[in-house]
Design a binder for this molecule. Structure first.
Ligand SMILES: [Mg+2]
Length: 172
């Protein structure tokens, strides 16, 4: 169960304590795409999000780290002018390893930010990096995600019993 507990839990990507992460010597931010940066059905990045990423790029290397296919990930990454890795197969470790090599960073210098316990958080924790959970931007989802959400609910219940980690109870 410990693999499902995020290091940080916030409502949206705008609420994450980036300054604190910078102080902790984080150099690279891995962002999940769907339902973390934009809803899974959207293709246009809102201005507010673009501005946030412009800010973040001053302090960090920013990489979109998504299980989605290249066409979609590339489209969003180009609007934000950030790096990307598509078809990442989270929670498996291969793409995480690739990131360390490609960007010449250590595990303690990167963090993964995402909305799903079973891909983003599990993958990051297993790989032994900092993890940030945010609430999903869209409710209507693909069937496979729906199934994951069902498992997440059970997971949240168990986590709250063991670690006092509850849905909507944010912490840094
Ligand atoms: Mg997602």
């Amino acid at each position: 169960m410990k693999y499902f507990k995020p290091t940080i839990y916030q409502k949206t990507i705008f609420d994450i304590p980036y300054k604190k992460l910078k102080k902790e010597n984080i150099k690279l931010l891995l962002f999940d795409l769907d339902n973390t940066i934009i809803p899974f059905y959207d293709e246009i990045v809102p201005l507010k999000t673009k501005e946030k990423f412009m800010d973040l790029k001053k302090d960090f290397t920013v990489v979109i780290f998504s299980n989605s296919r290249k066409k979609r990930v590339k489209k969003i990454a180009s609007q934000l002018d950030v790096f990307y890795l598509s078809f990442a197969k989270k929670p498996l470790p291969f793409s995480f390893k690739k990131i360390l090599k490609e960007y010449d960073v250590r595990k303690d210098e990167i963090v993964i930010i995402g909305d799903q316990l079973f891909t983003d958080i599990l993958g990051g924790n297993k790989f032994n990096i900092k993890t940030v959970l945010v609430e999903p931007l869209a409710i209507k989802e693909l069937f496979i995600t729906k199934f994951n959400r069902f498992l997440e609910k059970i997971c949240f219940k168990k986590l709250s019993k063991k670690y006092g980690f509850e849905k909507g109870k944010y912490y840094e």
